[in-house]
Design a protein around this ligand. Structure first.
Ligand SMILES: NC(=O)c1ccc[n+]([C@@H]2O[C@H](COP(=O)([O-])OP(=O)(O)OC[C@H]3O[C@@H](n4cnc5c(N)ncnc54)[C@H](O)[C@@H]3O)[C@@H](O)[C@H]2O)c1
Ligand SMILES: [Fe+2]
Length: 382
């Protein structure tokens, strides 16, 4: 038996933020990062919560939230006696809030805290997933936690909040969306429901990511990317991801490469690896892997016309790589600021982390140390 449900209520389009006005006589905590406090966005959210008894702001979330931050956030939440938490920010703020609420429940300190996720990046889809990625800085490892208690109750999509994201963050997070949709689409658990969500997410991302990158004030493109991010999140929430995320988590933890950028650098190579194309031309579909056949369909969604599956998959990977170059994504670890010495000192533990990462288990092609090494060889040129 398989099941599909969308446990988070999603509010979108005009006045979506007004959903916050419905929360009355409750203690609210806005969980966010320093940029959202400084830019006044946290205040705008606080104004919408004016019917609550108390509104306080925890504004200390850093990218790739570490365990220590979760402990600090828990103290804040308990002192504020929070009934609702509004997680405002990128995946880091939303994930940190999720982990804190889970800890409050698990420790018996506070049950029934509602989570309202308000994303300010179009990237992680965390507003609709039961995933939270927490970093253990001392061990140099990022852990994707997966639990139904991490699922937000409400998600509010307002593309206006993404407007301030500079082009580099738009690109990094936009390719995170594509990686989510592509990995979900060929995951070992993919089904008709996750496929429908991933296909739509990819259609929107192929069309609107270049425009959102070029003109961050184009709210139409921002809106489409915000929805693409949410759809991709819904898709991978039910079928998980793959080795692309497994390796990206390991690279992010060791070298602090932004999550979406690490995914983007790997994406064309992981897709080609997963397609496992035959060396020679073959006619018909039968000698291709399931992943290759599905990726050829995605090539069609990207507008690529090809005579056969091998050409379609290769063209799709080239197309994504070209899109990434035009959005300033580095092609190698060296260009992402990693030194050869640092890489070599950490390479074996990166491979081990990638193999142990929860996301890697859903990869369609078997993953061994050699295969991670093979994928890394495309980006570890110094
Ligand atoms: N829970 C999930 O399902 C899931 C999925 C993928 C990734 N993640 C995790 O999410 C984290 C990455 O999240 P992210 O990529 O959204 O970035 P982020 O939350 O780490 O933010 C990156 C930077 O962008 C800034 N920023 C965010 N919104 C902005 C805006 N509108 N204007 C200007 N600056 C803005 C932040 O202040 C921060 O400095 C990683 O830890 C990753 O592992 C979680
Ligand atoms: Fe991701």
């Amino acid at each position: 038996m398989n099941t599909f449900c969308l446990p988070t209520s999603v509010y979108f389009d005009e006045n979506a933020l007004d959903k916050l006005k419905e929360y009355k006589n409750l203690n609210a905590v806005i969980f966010t990062d320093p940029f959202m406090v400084k830019s006044g966005t946290a205040n705008r959210i606080a104004e919408k919560l004016s019917s609550c008894s108390n509104v306080s702001v925890f504004g200390e979330v850093q990218p790739d939230p570490p365990i220590e931050l979760i402990a600090k956030g828990l103290d804040f939440l308990i002192n504020a006696n929070a009934d609702i938490v509004v997680a405002l920010g990128g995946g880091s703020s939303i994930d940190a809030a999720k982990a804190v609420i889970l800890m409050a429940k698990r420790s018996g300190k506070k049950q029934n805290i509602k989570l309202i996720a308000v994303p300010t990046t179009s990237g992680t889809g965390s507003e609709v997933t039961q995933f939270a990625v927490i970093t253990d800085k001392s061990a140099g490892v990022k852990y994707p936690l997966v639990h139904e208690d991490l699922q937000p109750d409400v998600a509010i999509l307002d593309p206006e909040l993404v407007r301030t994201a500079p082009p580099s963050i738009t690109a990094d997070t936009g390719f995170d969306v594509m990686t989510h949709a592509l990995e979900a689409y060929i995951s070992t658990s993919a089904n008709e429901f996750s496929d429908a969500l991933a296909e739509k997410a990819l259609e929107l991302a192929f069309k609107y990511l270049p425009q959102a990158y070029k003109d961050g004030n184009d709210l139409y493109a921002r809106d489409k990317m915000h929805k693409a991010s949410c759809l991709a999140g819904m898709s991978f929430n039910i079928v998980s991801l793959g080795v692309n995320h497994g390796i990206a988590h390991a690279l992010g933890a060791k070298f602090h490469i932004p999550h979406g950028r690490a995914n983007a650098m790997l994406l064309p190579h992981v897709m080609r690896y997963n397609a496992d194309l035959p060396a020679a031309f073959v006619s018909g579909n039968t000698n291709y892997t399931k992943a290759a056949v599905k990726l050829a369909k995605i090539a069609g969604i990207a507008g690529i016309k090809s005579a056969n599956i091998k050409l379609a998959v290769n063209s799709l990977c080239d197309y994504i790589a070209a899109m990434e170059r035009s959005c300033g994504i580095p092609e190698t670890l060296a260009k992402a600021g990693v030194s050869k010495d640092d890489y070599e000192a950490n390479k074996e533990s990166i491979i081990t982390s990638a193999l142990n990462d929860a996301c890697t288990a859903a990869n369609p092609r078997k993953i061994t140390r050699d295969s991670v090494n093979e994928i890394l060889s495309f980006i570890d040129r110094f």
